[in-house]
Design a protein around this ligand. Sequence first.
Ligand code: ADP
Length: 797
Amino acid sequence: MKIFKYMKIYILLVTFILFINLLQIPVYSKDLNEKKILVIVSSENYIQLTDGNKLISWQNSMLSSISDVFIKNKENIHIDFQYLDCKHNSKEFLDEVYNLFKIKYANIKYDAIITIDDLNNVAFNFMMDYGENLFPNTPVVFSGISKFDSSLQKQHPQFTGIAKNTDIKSTLDAALKLHPQTKQIFVITDKDTYGIANRKIIEDLIPHYKNKVKFLFSEENNIYKLKTQIDNLPKDTIIYFSPGIKDNNNDNSISYKGASDILFKDAKVPIYSREGLKSNKYIVGGMVTYADTYGTEVGNLTLKVLNGKKPSDIDITRDNAHKYEFNYPQLKKFNIDTNSLPKNSVILNAPIKNNYLYKNIIIKISIMIIIFIIIMETFVIIISIYRRKLAEKSLSDNENLLRTFINSTPDIIYLKDFRNNFLEINDAALKILSINRKNCKNINSHKSNNLSDYTRNLLTKFNINDKRAWDTENIYRYEEIIPDTVNRANKIYDTLRVPLFDEDGNPKFMMLIGRDITEHKQNEKNEKLIKELKYYDELRSNFFSNISHELKTPLNLIFSALQFIELKNNKDKNTALEKYTGIMKQNCYRLLRIIDNLIDISKIDSGNFFTHFENKDIVYIVESIVMSVVDYVESKGIDIVFDTDVEEKIMAFDLDAMERIILNLLSNAIKFTPSGGNIEVNLHDRGESIVISIKDTGIGIPKDKQCSIFKKFIQVDKSLSRNREGSGIGLSLVSELVLLHRGTIEVESAPNKGSEFKITLPVGVLPEKENVKKHNELDKDYNIQRIKIEFSDIYDY
Ligand code: ADP
């Protein structure tokens, strides 16, 4: 519904606009605003030429320019033309014309009348004499008259106009100036009104040239006779030519061009004229009035009058439609320099004109090309500026990135010129040199005087090494020692110098990158030391192993000898001998224990200790070991008990190693438990592991010593070991053997309360085929021997 409402409004609006447009037609009706002008022209419209052409008259050119003015100013003006026959200008004739016009224009009212004359003043004079009666109170704009007496305007206030400059005098003046040797001016005019008027003007000018040149007027009507006359003119003559020539056969005017071709073809003297220069190649030049310019001036003046300006208020002026025109070929013919021509002269038919046109086109094209190039160049420059800006931005971004990067590295970096001025230096280098960035700029100037001795010395050091790099002309690597002021130690920098040269090989820049390798150097030293230590450790282990074996041989011999003595003594029963052989045997066992321990520990250290795992009942083995020492322990006044929460536990372990572990721990428990004390051996089954605990009520181990007892050769209290001898390698061997079973050993102890050693062993069973049985149960003799060795530290006597 809304759309119909808008459509209604739209239709109404269109109808209204159409209606208004229809109403406006009578508003702009032609009849209401039209102004009427009568143009009275002194001569006939056309001059009929003998060659059949019609020469468009000067007046006609003017007329079209006048109507152009009205058209351009959008004036709605109706123009009527009235031609007078200027050849008939007698009083009787003109009275008759007046009578005729009185009838003709009786009922027509004109807004203005324009008269057009060409020197003869026929139209102007007609309007002066009859105008007021014919067209009362109608403004008159005259043109083309050569003389106007301003007093006339007072008598005829409705008259105004533009008087025509008498360009004949200007033409003659220019001609005489260009031909200073001239003695005579030969004037050629015809006998019609126009010609007579021209002749009259020239006759009036004669006094101006008195004593300079004489004037000769052509009286000859026959064109060919006139030609002969012209051909015979003396050299110091110039011709003034006024067109309108008639030939001798009829009364028609001959064409201007035709007449000129006949008359001047062989003329040897220069010819001047104020008309027809463009069509007459024989004329040297003259002052020319431009009909179109003059017509425009008259048209504009008429407009003023039509717009209400009083003619009497408009001053009579002279026309400005003049210019000197010269024919280039004629100038050449008479050797007239173009520079000697009057100012602003127009040169016609100049070959240079064609060149000029050609040049003009070339210049225009060149200018266009130049403008195009400039625009393109500007475009290219703008684009390149834009690109440069982008590149600069990305460069500066990259530069910032690079600067951030080089400043974030702990390596020292600098770039110097050949005179040791820093061009770029990073924060790490500034720190090393103990200077700030500002100081760095003036490092080589007098301002650097306030540098510290440290900085100065370091800079000198850098400069010396830079010099070395320049000399090598190659990348120069050097370990530079830089004092560390903070830690009061030297720092070692691995420096790399890159000398950069220009194309001619002249030194340009020096780049340095240095890395702190102090720690690296220290590590290198330590590694070397560790290697050496490892080497000596190996040597020592090997030595221990060798020497232990060596010791065992004499010891076995002693043993054999002792056994022999014992055998002999059993018969004789010498108690003293028995006692001393006992001591000797005891100490032999001790020596054997030390040697065995040393051999095993050395083997473990060097990775040459081999275990023999077999599936056995750990409960039975541990209990058997405990049982085998019960008598011995109890002889020391110590109670010993074995307890277990499991009857049997088959698992893989090394039987010898297990004996050594248990006997060693038991021997220590006996050694450090005074008589009257207790020793408990417990075995707990925890499924995946078993825990064997050997607990005594002995002297205990101080807390601070507990972690070191498993280390080699550590004995807690030497003084307490007097009757408890030991080498301090027993527990370390035990812990190594436990480790070989992937088990752990720990101690809980308190001084004078006792100690408990707990061994936790993972329970693993070997597959049947891998279970190489060595011995099913404890070898009794071997076991006694083992006990003697392990218990050898405890004095029996
Ligand atoms: P040693 O061969 O001298 O006995 P061990 O390695 O077996 O060396 O023992 C190291 C030291 O640990 C001993 O010298 C002793 O001081 C202490 N120690 C070991 N077992 C016990 C214990 N059951 N009670 C008290 N001290 C002990």
